[in-house]
Design a protein around this ligand. Structure first.
Ligand code: ATP
Length: 322
Protein backbone atom coordinates (compact mmCIF):
# COMPACT_ATOMS: atom_id res chain seq x y z
CA UNK A 1 0.00 0.00 0.00
CA UNK A 2 2.85 2.35 0.95
CA UNK A 3 6.31 1.19 -0.06
CA UNK A 4 9.70 2.87 0.01
CA UNK A 5 12.90 1.49 -1.43
CA UNK A 6 16.16 3.24 -0.62
CA UNK A 7 14.30 6.52 -0.19
CA UNK A 8 16.82 9.31 0.45
CA UNK A 9 16.50 13.07 0.74
CA UNK A 10 19.30 15.60 0.95
CA UNK A 11 18.92 19.35 1.37
CA UNK A 12 21.53 21.98 0.46
CA UNK A 13 24.93 21.65 -1.18
CA UNK A 14 28.55 21.22 -0.19
CA UNK A 15 29.28 21.84 3.50
CA UNK A 16 25.66 22.87 4.10
CA UNK A 17 24.35 19.54 2.83
CA UNK A 18 21.92 17.79 5.20
CA UNK A 19 20.90 14.20 4.64
CA UNK A 20 17.46 14.19 6.24
CA UNK A 21 16.39 10.68 5.17
CA UNK A 22 18.78 7.90 4.24
CA UNK A 23 17.95 4.66 2.42
CA UNK A 24 14.49 4.21 3.92
CA UNK A 25 13.01 0.77 3.27
CA UNK A 26 9.39 0.52 4.32
CA UNK A 27 6.26 -1.45 3.61
CA UNK A 28 2.93 -0.44 5.11
CA UNK A 29 0.06 -2.87 4.61
CA UNK A 30 -3.41 -1.95 3.44
CA UNK A 31 -5.69 -1.12 6.37
CA UNK A 32 -2.77 -0.78 8.77
CA UNK A 33 -2.28 2.02 11.29
CA UNK A 34 1.46 2.54 11.05
CA UNK A 35 3.32 4.70 13.59
CA UNK A 36 6.42 6.61 12.54
CA UNK A 37 8.40 7.58 15.63
CA UNK A 38 11.56 9.58 15.93
CA UNK A 39 13.07 12.54 17.77
CA UNK A 40 12.92 16.16 16.58
CA UNK A 41 14.76 16.53 13.30
CA UNK A 42 14.71 12.77 12.62
CA UNK A 43 13.31 13.28 9.12
CA UNK A 44 9.68 12.27 9.72
CA UNK A 45 8.12 15.32 8.08
CA UNK A 46 10.59 15.06 5.20
CA UNK A 47 9.49 11.45 4.70
CA UNK A 48 5.82 12.43 4.76
CA UNK A 49 6.50 15.26 2.31
CA UNK A 50 8.14 12.82 -0.08
CA UNK A 51 5.37 10.24 0.27
CA UNK A 52 2.71 12.91 -0.30
CA UNK A 53 4.44 14.18 -3.47
CA UNK A 54 5.29 17.60 -2.00
CA UNK A 55 9.03 17.11 -2.54
CA UNK A 56 11.00 14.69 -4.69
CA UNK A 57 13.50 12.27 -3.20
CA UNK A 58 17.18 12.71 -4.00
CA UNK A 59 17.26 8.98 -4.71
CA UNK A 60 15.21 5.87 -4.12
CA UNK A 61 11.65 5.01 -5.03
CA UNK A 62 8.26 4.97 -3.35
CA UNK A 63 4.73 3.81 -4.08
CA UNK A 64 1.53 5.05 -2.46
CA UNK A 65 -1.66 3.09 -3.00
CA UNK A 66 0.52 1.06 -5.36
CA UNK A 67 1.14 4.07 -7.65
CA UNK A 68 4.83 4.86 -8.23
CA UNK A 69 5.69 8.41 -7.18
CA UNK A 70 7.33 10.69 -9.72
CA UNK A 71 6.06 8.66 -12.65
CA UNK A 72 3.76 11.36 -13.99
CA UNK A 73 0.85 10.08 -11.88
CA UNK A 74 1.40 12.24 -8.79
CA UNK A 75 -2.02 13.88 -9.36
CA UNK A 76 -3.63 10.43 -9.01
CA UNK A 77 -1.63 9.88 -5.81
CA UNK A 78 -2.81 13.21 -4.38
CA UNK A 79 -6.43 12.27 -5.06
CA UNK A 80 -5.92 9.01 -3.13
CA UNK A 81 -4.34 10.52 -0.01
CA UNK A 82 -5.47 12.74 2.85
CA UNK A 83 -2.84 14.76 4.68
CA UNK A 84 -2.82 16.41 8.07
CA UNK A 85 0.31 18.53 8.24
CA UNK A 86 1.95 19.97 11.36
CA UNK A 87 0.14 23.29 10.92
CA UNK A 88 -3.53 22.98 9.92
CA UNK A 89 -3.36 25.76 7.28
CA UNK A 90 -7.08 26.54 7.27
CA UNK A 91 -8.75 29.64 5.86
CA UNK A 92 -9.22 31.53 9.11
CA UNK A 93 -11.72 34.05 7.73
CA UNK A 94 -14.01 31.44 6.22
CA UNK A 95 -16.51 29.27 8.04
CA UNK A 96 -15.81 25.64 8.91
CA UNK A 97 -18.32 24.55 6.29
CA UNK A 98 -16.80 26.73 3.57
CA UNK A 99 -13.31 25.47 4.38
CA UNK A 100 -14.41 21.89 3.81
CA UNK A 101 -16.51 22.74 0.75
CA UNK A 102 -13.50 24.28 -0.98
CA UNK A 103 -11.51 21.09 -0.50
CA UNK A 104 -14.41 18.80 -1.39
CA UNK A 105 -14.86 20.69 -4.67
CA UNK A 106 -11.11 20.82 -5.29
CA UNK A 107 -10.96 17.06 -4.98
CA UNK A 108 -13.96 16.66 -7.26
CA UNK A 109 -16.18 14.93 -4.68
CA UNK A 110 -19.36 13.72 -6.34
CA UNK A 111 -21.57 14.87 -3.47
CA UNK A 112 -19.55 17.62 -1.77
CA UNK A 113 -22.39 18.96 0.37
CA UNK A 114 -23.14 15.52 1.84
CA UNK A 115 -19.45 14.80 2.44
CA UNK A 116 -18.96 18.13 4.22
CA UNK A 117 -21.99 17.49 6.42
CA UNK A 118 -20.85 13.95 7.19
CA UNK A 119 -17.42 15.00 8.44
CA UNK A 120 -18.57 18.11 10.30
CA UNK A 121 -20.96 15.83 12.19
CA UNK A 122 -18.45 13.02 12.71
CA UNK A 123 -15.93 15.41 14.25
CA UNK A 124 -18.48 17.18 16.43
CA UNK A 125 -18.30 20.49 14.55
CA UNK A 126 -21.78 20.59 13.09
CA UNK A 127 -23.10 23.12 15.62
CA UNK A 128 -20.23 25.45 14.71
CA UNK A 129 -20.44 24.89 10.95
CA UNK A 130 -21.19 28.53 10.18
CA UNK A 131 -18.62 30.06 12.54
CA UNK A 132 -15.45 31.50 11.04
CA UNK A 133 -12.44 29.31 11.75
CA UNK A 134 -10.51 32.22 13.29
CA UNK A 135 -12.80 31.89 16.32
CA UNK A 136 -12.03 28.17 16.80
CA UNK A 137 -9.89 26.69 19.57
CA UNK A 138 -6.75 24.78 18.59
CA UNK A 139 -8.55 21.46 19.15
CA UNK A 140 -11.46 22.48 16.93
CA UNK A 141 -9.06 23.59 14.20
CA UNK A 142 -7.28 20.28 14.41
CA UNK A 143 -10.57 18.41 14.11
CA UNK A 144 -11.50 20.51 11.10
CA UNK A 145 -8.11 19.81 9.53
CA UNK A 146 -8.73 16.08 10.03
CA UNK A 147 -12.17 16.46 8.44
CA UNK A 148 -10.52 18.20 5.52
CA UNK A 149 -8.02 15.36 5.13
CA UNK A 150 -10.91 12.89 4.95
CA UNK A 151 -13.58 14.75 3.01
CA UNK A 152 -12.71 13.07 -0.31
CA UNK A 153 -12.60 9.60 1.34
CA UNK A 154 -8.95 8.84 0.61
CA UNK A 155 -7.81 5.25 1.15
CA UNK A 156 -4.47 6.49 2.56
CA UNK A 157 -4.15 9.02 5.35
CA UNK A 158 -0.97 10.76 6.52
CA UNK A 159 -1.25 12.34 9.96
CA UNK A 160 1.73 14.39 11.16
CA UNK A 161 1.49 14.93 14.93
CA UNK A 162 -2.32 14.95 15.05
CA UNK A 163 -2.54 15.59 18.81
CA UNK A 164 0.45 17.88 19.25
CA UNK A 165 -0.36 20.94 21.36
CA UNK A 166 -3.85 19.72 22.26
CA UNK A 167 -5.10 19.46 25.83
CA UNK A 168 -5.76 15.94 27.17
CA UNK A 169 -9.48 16.04 26.37
CA UNK A 170 -9.02 17.31 22.80
CA UNK A 171 -6.19 14.78 22.31
CA UNK A 172 -8.47 12.00 23.43
CA UNK A 173 -11.23 13.08 21.03
CA UNK A 174 -8.78 13.12 18.13
CA UNK A 175 -7.23 9.81 19.19
CA UNK A 176 -10.63 8.15 19.56
CA UNK A 177 -11.56 9.43 16.14
CA UNK A 178 -8.40 7.98 14.58
CA UNK A 179 -9.16 4.71 16.34
CA UNK A 180 -12.68 4.78 14.88
CA UNK A 181 -11.17 4.92 11.37
CA UNK A 182 -9.62 1.52 11.97
CA UNK A 183 -11.49 -1.28 10.30
CA UNK A 184 -12.67 0.93 7.44
CA UNK A 185 -9.81 -0.39 5.31
CA UNK A 186 -7.93 2.88 5.38
CA UNK A 187 -4.16 2.86 5.64
CA UNK A 188 -2.97 5.40 8.19
CA UNK A 189 0.61 6.67 8.43
CA UNK A 190 0.91 8.42 11.78
CA UNK A 191 3.89 10.51 12.89
CA UNK A 192 3.86 11.10 16.60
CA UNK A 193 6.07 11.92 19.57
CA UNK A 194 3.46 10.49 21.88
CA UNK A 195 4.57 6.93 22.53
CA UNK A 196 1.49 5.90 24.49
CA UNK A 197 -0.59 7.14 21.59
CA UNK A 198 1.53 5.09 19.18
CA UNK A 199 1.11 2.00 21.27
CA UNK A 200 -2.62 2.46 21.64
CA UNK A 201 -3.36 3.24 18.00
CA UNK A 202 -0.76 1.54 15.87
CA UNK A 203 -0.62 -2.00 14.53
CA UNK A 204 3.11 -1.54 13.92
CA UNK A 205 5.57 1.22 14.65
CA UNK A 206 8.83 2.24 13.04
CA UNK A 207 11.55 3.89 15.10
CA UNK A 208 13.39 6.21 12.80
CA UNK A 209 16.28 8.65 12.99
CA UNK A 210 17.43 9.52 9.49
CA UNK A 211 17.54 5.75 8.94
CA UNK A 212 15.07 3.07 9.91
CA UNK A 213 16.15 1.64 13.27
CA UNK A 214 13.41 -0.92 13.91
CA UNK A 215 9.92 -1.76 12.78
CA UNK A 216 7.46 -4.17 14.38
CA UNK A 217 4.39 -4.34 16.59
CA UNK A 218 4.86 -2.47 19.89
CA UNK A 219 4.71 -5.78 21.79
CA UNK A 220 7.30 -7.43 19.56
CA UNK A 221 9.66 -4.44 19.85
CA UNK A 222 9.33 -4.56 23.62
CA UNK A 223 10.04 -8.30 23.66
CA UNK A 224 12.96 -7.84 21.25
CA UNK A 225 14.57 -5.12 23.35
CA UNK A 226 13.88 -6.34 26.86
CA UNK A 227 12.56 -9.91 26.59
CA UNK A 228 9.44 -10.93 28.52
CA UNK A 229 9.59 -11.38 32.24
CA UNK A 230 7.24 -12.79 34.82
CA UNK A 231 7.29 -11.68 38.46
CA UNK A 232 6.08 -14.09 41.10
CA UNK A 233 5.07 -12.67 44.47
CA UNK A 234 5.83 -15.16 47.23
CA UNK A 235 4.35 -15.22 50.72
CA UNK A 236 6.44 -13.60 53.50
CA UNK A 237 9.12 -15.92 54.86
CA UNK A 238 9.53 -17.86 51.57
CA UNK A 239 13.03 -19.02 50.72
CA UNK A 240 13.33 -17.06 47.45
CA UNK A 241 16.99 -18.00 46.67
CA UNK A 242 16.37 -21.75 46.75
CA UNK A 243 13.12 -21.40 44.78
CA UNK A 244 15.05 -19.33 42.21
CA UNK A 245 17.54 -22.19 41.94
CA UNK A 246 14.66 -24.63 41.38
CA UNK A 247 13.23 -22.52 38.53
CA UNK A 248 16.66 -21.95 36.98
CA UNK A 249 16.94 -25.73 36.56
CA UNK A 250 13.61 -26.02 34.66
CA UNK A 251 14.30 -26.59 30.96
CA UNK A 252 12.93 -23.86 28.67
CA UNK A 253 12.79 -21.12 31.31
CA UNK A 254 15.27 -18.27 31.19
CA UNK A 255 17.29 -17.07 34.17
CA UNK A 256 15.48 -16.47 37.45
CA UNK A 257 16.45 -13.72 39.88
CA UNK A 258 15.24 -12.94 43.37
CA UNK A 259 13.47 -9.66 43.88
CA UNK A 260 12.12 -7.67 46.80
CA UNK A 261 8.52 -6.55 46.36
CA UNK A 262 6.13 -4.31 48.28
CA UNK A 263 6.72 -4.17 52.04
CA UNK A 264 9.89 -6.22 51.61
CA UNK A 265 8.00 -9.30 50.44
CA UNK A 266 10.13 -11.85 48.56
CA UNK A 267 9.61 -12.36 44.86
CA UNK A 268 11.14 -13.97 41.81
CA UNK A 269 11.65 -12.54 38.33
CA UNK A 270 11.82 -15.14 35.57
CA UNK A 271 12.75 -14.45 31.96
CA UNK A 272 10.25 -16.32 29.79
CA UNK A 273 9.83 -16.90 26.08
CA UNK A 274 6.08 -17.35 26.17
CA UNK A 275 4.38 -16.35 29.43
CA UNK A 276 1.02 -17.73 28.31
CA UNK A 277 2.34 -21.30 28.35
CA UNK A 278 5.23 -20.93 30.80
CA UNK A 279 3.56 -19.08 33.70
CA UNK A 280 1.42 -22.13 34.62
CA UNK A 281 4.61 -24.24 34.61
CA UNK A 282 6.32 -21.72 36.88
CA UNK A 283 3.45 -21.73 39.38
CA UNK A 284 3.11 -25.52 39.29
CA UNK A 285 6.83 -26.03 39.89
CA UNK A 286 6.90 -23.57 42.77
CA UNK A 287 3.84 -25.09 44.44
CA UNK A 288 5.36 -28.59 44.05
CA UNK A 289 8.36 -27.28 45.98
CA UNK A 290 6.19 -26.01 48.81
CA UNK A 291 6.05 -22.33 47.82
CA UNK A 292 3.08 -20.11 48.66
CA UNK A 293 2.44 -18.02 45.54
CA UNK A 294 0.45 -14.84 46.20
CA UNK A 295 0.18 -13.59 42.61
CA UNK A 296 1.91 -13.50 39.23
CA UNK A 297 2.35 -10.45 36.98
CA UNK A 298 4.10 -9.71 33.72
CA UNK A 299 6.84 -7.13 34.08
CA UNK A 300 6.72 -4.62 31.31
CA UNK A 301 8.81 -1.72 30.09
CA UNK A 302 7.02 1.35 28.85
CA UNK A 303 7.05 2.15 25.14
CA UNK A 304 9.20 5.13 26.05
CA UNK A 305 11.88 2.85 27.48
CA UNK A 306 11.73 0.65 24.40
CA UNK A 307 12.01 3.69 22.15
CA UNK A 308 14.96 5.17 24.07
CA UNK A 309 16.78 1.85 24.12
CA UNK A 310 16.30 1.46 20.37
CA UNK A 311 17.51 4.99 19.72
CA UNK A 312 20.42 5.15 22.13
CA UNK A 313 20.98 1.62 23.39
CA UNK A 314 20.95 3.18 26.88
CA UNK A 315 20.39 0.85 29.79
CA UNK A 316 16.91 1.22 31.23
CA UNK A 317 16.75 -0.46 34.62
CA UNK A 318 13.29 0.65 35.67
CA UNK A 319 10.47 -1.77 35.13
CA UNK A 320 6.83 -1.45 35.93
CA UNK A 321 4.28 -4.19 36.49
CA UNK A 322 1.29 -4.38 34.17
N1 ATP B 1 13.63 22.52 3.33
C1 ATP B 1 14.68 22.18 4.06
N2 ATP B 1 15.90 22.71 3.83
C2 ATP B 1 16.97 22.34 4.55
N3 ATP B 1 16.93 21.44 5.55
C3 ATP B 1 15.75 20.88 5.84
C4 ATP B 1 14.55 21.21 5.12
N4 ATP B 1 13.53 20.48 5.62
C5 ATP B 1 14.06 19.73 6.63
N5 ATP B 1 15.38 19.97 6.75
C6 ATP B 1 16.28 19.32 7.71
O1 ATP B 1 16.08 17.92 7.63
C7 ATP B 1 16.16 17.33 8.93
C8 ATP B 1 14.86 16.57 9.20
O2 ATP B 1 13.80 17.50 9.39
P1 ATP B 1 12.28 17.04 9.54
O3 ATP B 1 11.45 18.28 9.64
O4 ATP B 1 11.95 16.07 8.47
O5 ATP B 1 12.32 16.28 10.94
P2 ATP B 1 11.11 15.76 11.85
O6 ATP B 1 11.46 14.36 12.24
O7 ATP B 1 9.82 15.98 11.18
O8 ATP B 1 11.25 16.71 13.12
P3 ATP B 1 10.13 17.26 14.16
O9 ATP B 1 9.74 16.09 14.98
O10 ATP B 1 10.91 18.25 14.94
O11 ATP B 1 9.02 17.84 13.35
C9 ATP B 1 16.43 18.46 9.89
O12 ATP B 1 17.82 18.52 10.10
C10 ATP B 1 15.95 19.69 9.15
O13 ATP B 1 16.66 20.84 9.55
Amino acid sequence: MIRAEGLTKEFGDGDARVRAVEGLELFVNEGEVFGFLGPNGAGKTTTVRMLTTLISPTSGRAWVDDIPLGSGRDGAVRARIGVLTESPGLYERLTARRNLQIFAELYGCERPREQVEKYLKLLGLWDRRDSVVGTFSKGMKQKLAIARALVHEPPVLFLDEPTSGLDPEASKTVRDFIDSLRGQGRTIFLCTHNLDEAERLCDRVAVFQRRLIAVDTPGALRARVFGRRTRVQLAPGSDAPSLAAVLSAVPGLGPTETDVGPEGRPGLVVTVGEPESQNPLIVRTLVEHGADVEYVTELSHSMEEVYLRLLHGAPQEEVSAR
